[in-house]
Design a protein around this ligand. Structure first.
Ligand code: GP0
Length: 836
């Protein structure tokens, strides 16, 4: 305990402890010390990369101080904590974010300048931490920023993958994947906790026995070779404008230090080494699928490895306070980010019943009061189901517990709805196929006290479709909505410094960065010509910055005065990049028909794409190829006089997004209605004064509500029409939209290269069922595009729309979202770290 340390000792620690040292001089001192000692270099031997490392290490020292103070405050107060379990944290770069959140950017910027460097160059040396696929992983990262900023006692738990999401290259217009070995150089943003290790068991068998009280108990035993070790790596997450700095604990897998001596003695050296390597494999690679389940055994191992290490850490921390078990859910809230961590429900029940000897019902009450579950999609192919035999083999005791949870649950359902066997089959956690499957979403619902979707429409659809029968049984209080949000620190302040500065000047303070509703104050500036001019200047300089990036990464030269039309996100049929490029072909053909004089009236466009396709997603990869083939033809056709350019920016990731998003005039969020749960980049674009062209889907709907009819372009069929339209495509002969047919004919004529390559893609519309309704929405899409062209001609009006977009985005701060989770689901209070 802290009080037992002698006064003189404490005084020494105080005297020599790491100070705050945020001024320029102490930065320079620390920078040079790190160059000399940490990097073993000198003034004669330092490049931008080592300057980055020295700067990062200087900031890291400051972060660790805050991190320690925060942990100490938590230990003293011992508040209820929230644990955010996410298989993905898509953090991107950390240096700029830390400098801005800690308020060090100015001093340190001057500091490096005097030492002969430019801060921009230094920042550009950092590699992204890309431990996620897309929206879900980036949401987790934004939420950590808000939890830290709002002083909540929170932890993230995830995996420290050796390889993040693959790097995308283009070869002849096709995507090729390269491994992302991001830990190649040292990673200053993690604190290895080589002393925090946890054994994680796999396989083995379950023994029953009767304990001293006469109760039947279970013990899970396995062989040493089937146990792996989890090692903790801590990633500090600083809040903005607070001393608070929270932690994401990422687990890395290691073989148990104890060698299998028997095998070595028996001369089975290779096999023993093999077993060691298999342990390290568990956290080797992030699965590169977005919105799609692939039932690989290694993925299930990842999930249990992570869940088991995290829960034993959480339980250990709870036990330190010696509170009784029935207070567990008053001290601990666990949020399940999608179904990936659902085994945590089973693991906690196992810990309580098998290890702690608590009665089943009492344990189950603790479990369900602890967990809450966020669903991120209703796409059927994304639903996690694990074969019962696979679970039985890897986790024999957990499989028993799942069967018991299901039995008691279905018994309760039966009591409420006697003889409704169909209902039992529909609700069951076990799918009665051959083999049987565990339905993870069902398990997550049954084991949680709250289930939420991520936008209003999505949460309604959950209740009306895939979770309908659960609503019937539980009532609808268990199901609610928490509309997603984004952090304005990274997505405006950091990514768009020019606009951030203008906003701060107009509003008279930086308070909007902590209270995004204050952006409403921009409305009174809309009619000021000078303010609008500066708004346009900021946008223009972002477009110049993007044009430079495009030239550097693709060689294509684009005009920053053109309308920048952007669609960047994972490549998916449901997100309909295919419809976008078909629309581009339509536009191109129309442009070619114009006279030179007519073309002079046309607003030139640059259509920008970016995004990765899952390596095994054949159709998505064809979409990338088609975009590049179309770009090749259009960009080299001088006859259209630069009225249209098409760009596919390779390797879209967080730091590329930070360049693209502030530069967009219009961005496309055009998923088939009802398929995109929320979308979060839509929020980022609008916050940066970009208008959106979107379908009536996900958070587009709520953005529309906030910013008003005049500032958004919405089109397409509605979610409640989708079923009927799909039915019609299947069973009736629906003629293809004529404009769309013309575009398809053009592709098939070989205008964009050998059309045989694209046949499987075109077949998804013609010979398939047009499942994503491209034909049904195409005319409406083209009409909306026409409105965009018209509106952009009136620059003053467009700028007003752009300002009103930003001004009305207060709701979409992740601070708002996190506050709702904290107050309505987790029941936690802020614990400010003390200044020291
Ligand atoms: C949803 F199910 N999302 C999944 C998944 O596997 N991966 C993923 O990124 C996304 C949704 O598609 C979303 O609509 C949503 O905003 C995001 O999760 C966060 O809730 C994409 O923007």
């Amino acid at each position: 305990e802290m009080s037992e340390i002698p006064k003189e000792t404490l005084a020494l620690w105080e005297k020599y402890g790491v100070g705050e040292a945020d001024d320029k001089e102490s930065f320079q001192k620390s920078f040079i010390r790190h160059v000399t000692t940490t990097l073993a270099r000198s003034v004669y031997n330092i490049d931008n990369f080592s300057a980055y490392q020295a700067t990062a290490h200087t900031v890291r020292d400051r972060l660790i101080k805050r991190w320690n103070d925060t942990q100490q405050a938590h230990t003293e107060v011992d508040p209820k904590r929230v644990y955010y379990l996410s298989l993905e944290f898509l953090l991107g770069r950390s240096l700029d974010n830390a400098l801005l959140n800690l308020g060090l950017k100015e001093n340190y910027g001057e500091g490096v300048k005097e030492l002969g460097f430019r801060m921009e160059d230094i920042l550009d040396e950092e590699v992204d931490a890309a431990l996620g696929n897309g929206g879900l992983g980036r949401l987790a990262a934004c939420y950590m920023d808000s939890l830290a900023t709002l002083d909540y006692p929170a932890w993230g738990y995830g995996l420290r993958y050796t390889y993040g999401i693959f790097q995308q290259r283009l070869k002849d217009g096709f995507q090729v994947e390269l491994p992302d070995y991001w830990l190649n150089f040292d990673n200053p943003w993690e604190l290895p906790r080589l002393d925090v290790t946890i054994d994680v068991k796999f396989c083995g068998t379950v023994n029953r026995y009767t304990d001293e009280t006469g109760k039947v108990r279970h013990v899970w035993v396995n062989e040493d070779k089937d146990t792996v070790q989890a090692v903790a790596y801590d990633v500090p997450i600083p809040g903005y404008g607070t001393k608070n700095c929270i932690n994401i604990r990422l687990w890395s897998s290691k073989p148990k230090r104890k060698f299998n001596l028997k095998r070595f003695n028996e001369g089975q050296y290779e096999q023993a080494v093999q077993e060691q390597m298999e342990a390290e494999n568990i956290t080797a690679v992030l699965y590169p699928n977005d919105n799609h389940m692939v039932g690989k055994e290694l993925r299930l191992k990842q999930q249990y490895f992570w869940v088991s290490a995290s829960l034993s850490d959480i339980v250990r921390r709870f036990k330190k306070s010696s509170k009784p078990w029935d207070e567990f859910s008053y001290q601990v809230a666990i949020q399940l980010n999608d179904t990936h961590p659902t085994l945590a429900i089973v693991e906690l029940q196992r810990i309580l019943v098998d290890l702690e000897g608590i009665d089943w019902d009492e344990a189950w009450k603790i479990v369900t009061n602890t967990f809450a579950f966020t669903n991120h999609t209703i796409l059927p192919e994304a639903m996690e189901r694990w074969p019962v035999p696979m679970v039985q083999y890897l986790l024999p005791r957990h499989m028993q517990i799942i069967f018991d949870i299901n039995l008691f649950f279905l018994q309760a359902v039966e009591r409420a709805y006697p003889d409704d066997r169909e209902l039992l089959a529909k609700l069951s956690i076990i799918e009665e196929s051959t083999p049987q499957f565990v339905r993870m979403a069902h398990l997550a619902i049954v084991g949680s006290h709250r289930v939420n979707g991520v936008a209003a429409l999505h949460s309604e659809l959950l209740k009306k479709t895939i979770f309908k029968d659960f609503v019937r049984y539980y009532g609808d209080e268990k199901f609610d909505n928490k509309t997603n949000g984004i952090t304005p620190r990274r997505w405006l302040h950091q990514a768009n410094p020019k606009l951030s500065e203008l906003i701060t000047e107009a509003l008279g303070s930086k308070n909007w960065l902590k209270n995004l509703e204050l952006l409403k104050g921009l409305k009174s500036h809309v009619d000021k010509v000078d303010f609008r001019k500066r708004w346009v200047t900021a946008k223009h300089s972002n477009k110049v910055r993007l044009a430079e990036y495009i030239k550097k990464s693709t060689g294509i030269i684009v005009n920053p005065n053109a309308l920048f039309d952007v669609q960047v996100k994972r490549i998916h049929e449901y997100k309909r990049q295919f419809m976008n490029i078909l629309g581009v072909i339509h536009r191109y053909n129309a442009l070619k028909k114009l006279t030179s004089q007519e073309r002079a009236d046309i607003v030139p466009r640059v259509v920008i794409f970016g995004g990765k396709a899952a390596p095994g997603y054949y159709i998505a990869k064809l979409v990338i190829k088609l975009i590049n083939s179309v770009a090749d033809v259009i960009n080299n056709d001088n006859s259209i006089e630069d009225t249209l350019k098409v760009v596919f920016i390779p390797d879209y990731n967080v730091s590329v997004a930070e360049i693209i998003i502030p530069a967009s005039d219009i961005s496309q969020h055009i998923s088939t209605a009802g398929t995109e749960a929320s979308g979060t980049s839509n929020m980022k674009f609008v916050l940066n004064g970009g208008l959106i062209l979107g379908t009536v889907d996900g958070a587009n709907i709520e953005i529309h509500e906030e910013i008003g009819d005049d500032n958004i372009f919405m089109f397409g069929n509605l979610a409640d029409q989708v079923d009927d339209l799909r039915h019609a495509h299947r069973y009736r002969n629906i003629p293809i939209d004529p404009s769309l047919q013309a575009v398809i004919n053009d592709i098939e004529s070989g205008h964009f290269g050998d059309s045989r390559i694209f046949a499987p893609l075109i077949n998804t519309i013609t010979h398939g069922k047009d499942y994503y309704l491209i034909s049904d929405d195409f005319q409406s899409y083209l009409d909306a595009q026409k409105l965009v062209d018209e509106a952009y001609k009136d620059k003053e009006e467009w700028t007003k729309k752009s300002i009103l977009c930003s001004a009305n985005m207060g709701k979409f701060s992740s601070d708002r979202a996190i506050q709702e989770y904290a107050e309505q689901i987790w029941n936690i209070d802020p614990v400010p770290a003390k200044r020291s």
